[in-house]
Design a protein around this ligand. Structure first.
Ligand code: NAI
Ligand code: OAA
Length: 267
């Protein structure tokens, strides 16, 4: 943090998440944090309320980098950010399913890596439950509009099934280790649940395409000897990028508020 006690924030990604986060930061809506610069691989013209700079400059100028761009950014820049003593707040948690990368980020320091809860809730409780012992089962079911789930690896038959679906279609079932890699812009939530539970393989994930999914739905069901837990959210998707739920930038802003210490608020 700077000597004035204000957290200097660099934002990577001026998209559905970044635009809302950057605009709120620039308007002073996160006490104790200020938007210093923006990084994007597209020229932004004057669209952003802070200077667009190359990544290296952002690392030099900022106390914290917010990643709101994609898993590749975490892979490519994560270690360099942390090694420079800058903290990193990750939205694309799917990148952290690469255990080698996650280990390197933990060892990189002196910067700290954190993740935002993003589109799901209940992560704090799942994390607390770890102290009671392992869960017997954890299931995440994510239901989204079919168009948000189409991927380059899908064959014609599957794409055809998605496009012609009139009812919900299960697109993939797997674990939090494999699913976020297959849907890099759409199932980071699976990795976030696994980070809370502490085990990628323990989290079973179902991805469902529903042509009637006006809202994106994530249902977390978990059970163990000490209790059972169910969290269900249904979000309006972002109008420009329906793969992302409209709430996600506000989850990032909440995380930023916590990191900045929420001056003036009861914590
Ligand atoms: N944790 C969670 O619950 C969620 C996480 N996400 C993650 O957040 C990411 C961003 O989401 P949106 O803002 O909706 O995406 P978006 O596609 O609307 O915007 C991404 C922005 O990042 C920029 N960008 C992409 N790659 C870049 C790179 N290598 N260097 C610099 N800029 C780059 C793009 O030009 C674009 O402006 C998603 O790809 C996803 O991985 C998204 C939704 C929920
Ligand atoms: O925004 C959402 O609902 C979830 C999402 O895209 C992701 O997990 O990557």
């Amino acid at each position: 943090m700077s000597t004035t006690g204000t957290l200097k924030v660099g934002l990577v990604g001026w998209g559905a998440i970044g635009r809302v986060v950057g605009t709120a930061l620039a308007a002073g809506e996160v006490p104790g944090a200020v938007l210093t610069c923006v990084v994007d691989n597209r020229p932004l013209g004057g669209a952003a309320p802070a200077e667009q700079v190359p990544f290296d400059t952002a690392i030099e100028r900022c106390d914290l980098i917010v990643e709101a761009a994609g898993q590749g950014v975490v892979r490519e820049w994560g270690e360099r950010i942390l090694a420079a003593g800058t903290d990193l707040l990750v939205a694309s948690t799917g990148a952290l399913t690469d255990e080698d990368l996650a280990k390197r980020l933990l060892e990189a320091g002196p910067g700290r890596v954190r993740f935002t809860s993003g589109a799901v809730g209940g992560l704090d409780l799942l994390q607390a439950v770890r102290a009671l012992g392992p869960l017997d089962e954890v299931l995440l079911t994510t239901t989204k509009l079919p168009t948000t789930l189409e991927q380059p690896w899908m064959d014609k038959e599957l794409i055809g099934r998605l496009r012609s679906a009139t009812e919900p279609v299960e697109v993939l079932a797997g674990t939090a280790r494999d699913v976020p890699v297959k849907f890099p812009r759409s199932t980071n939530v699976a990795a976030s649940v696994a980070l809370a539970v502490g085990d990628l393989d323990a989290v079973q994930v179902r991805v469902v395409a529903d042509p009637h999914a006006v809202r994106t739905r994530h249902v977390i069901e978990a059970a163990g000897p000490h209790g059972s837990y169910r969290f269900e959210v249904a979000h309006t998707p972002d109008a420009d990028n329906p793969a992302t739920s409209g709430v996600v930038p506000y989850a990032v802003l909440r995380s930023l508020g916590a990191i900045a210490g929420r001056p003036g608020q009861i914590l």
